[in-house]
Design a protein. Structure first.
Length: 326
């Protein structure tokens, strides 16, 4: 059974300020405010298409700082979702929020409505980077929120951004290490995208900020994903979802429709290049052939240029994205 989200976007609602990178209307592609009927419609539509039981769903409130929105409105959304959790039609409710909008009282309330997973938009664990990007919270707020969430028995997710203004690879990698120390269940990695009508766009256009290139983004994310995998943390997303709104409004940054696959492909290349230059036979699950080859055979080209000659073999016993080098 596959896991799936029934996503309800509460775009930018509850956020106390505008972060440097934020243009939620562009990211989510909507500016309207959902209500309880919208929640019911989204759930009923998803359940109707899942008659074969192929998906195990969660209701996911994303896009804003859910626990910071007006309390009555938040409860109306949760109230519409709760019956589906109680009936077993969905597994639970997932929300995303700010680290400084978590305390024991709100966690108790969330639990009473069937919330099972909380994702914290931490973005970075460097206070200087957080301040430069107008986040309005500290790294200690992230640590405190993570501790409270885990102590209350929720699944903890942490969201990080790479390539932010005033950050660099070293700070991003340090953030990953600090995340791992907080023992999250899941992590999402969002490389920074410069969108129109943001403070980051002003910095970019004035020459004060230049985000990493797509290739630099792929290489860093490959390192981060491998690190989290070694720590037993599930990376459930790399990059923003494919969106025409983002493509039409982005000025620069590490965005690609298939960024997640590009990162997996780079991980495969890097694993091969851990061996001395030479000729090798590389066994993979046949479902992973496109990832091993890379976009337009970019992996094969790069490997050949670096002195590696590979023959590809298939082994159905290998997991997708796993490889064996002989």
């Amino acid at each position: 059974m596959k896991k799936g989200n029934i996503s309800v976007f509460v775009s930018h609602i509850g956020c106390p300020q505008q972060c440097s990178f934020c243009n939620q209307r562009t990211i989510t592609g909507q500016s309207n405010t959902p209500d309880g009927q919208d929640v019911k419609h989204a759930v009923e539509t998803a359940l109707a298409s899942n008659k074969d039981g192929r998906f195990e769903y969660e209701i996911a409130f994303f896009g804003g700082s859910f626990t910071a929105i007006e309390r009555g409105y938040m409860l109306s959304l949760l109230g519409a979702a709760k019956p589906y959790v109680e009936s077993g039609a969905v597994k639970g409710i997932r929300i995303s929020t700010r680290p400084d909008a978590i305390d024991d009282e709100i966690l108790s309330l969330l639990k009473s409505y069937g919330v099972t997973a909380i994702e914290v938009g931490a973005q970075c664990m460097d206070d200087g980077v957080l301040a430069a990007n107008l986040r309005g919270h500290s790294a200690d707020d992230v640590r405190n929120a993570a501790r409270l969430i885990k102590a209350a028995g929720f699944e903890l997710g942490l969201q990080m951004m790479t390539g932010l203004y005033a950050s660099d690879d070293e700070k991003d990698i340090r953030t990953a290490y600090e995340f791992a120390a907080l023992k999250p269940d899941t992590v999402r990695i969002y490389p920074t995208v410069v969108l129109k009508d943001t403070y980051l766009a002003q910095l970019y256009e004035s020459g004060k900020y230049s985000p990493p290139s797509l290739d630099e983004t792929v290489e860093l994310c490959a390192r981060l994903v491998e690190f989290f995998e070694r720590q037993g943390v599930d990376v459930i997303r790399v990059g923003l979802h494919s969106s025409e709104n983002v493509k039409q409004n982005m000025l620069a940054g590490g965005y690609h429709d298939s960024l997640g696959e590009m990162v997996t492909s780079r991980i495969m290349r890097n694993r091969i290049m851990q061996y001395p230059r030479g000729r090798y036979k590389v066994y993979i699950n046949e479902k992973s052939i496109s990832k091993l080859l890379g976009n337009k055979k970019s992996n094969i080209i790069a490997l050949n240029a670096a002195g590696y000659e590979i023959e590809i073999g298939f082994d159905s016993a290998l997991k997708p994205d796993e490889l064996r080098v002989v």
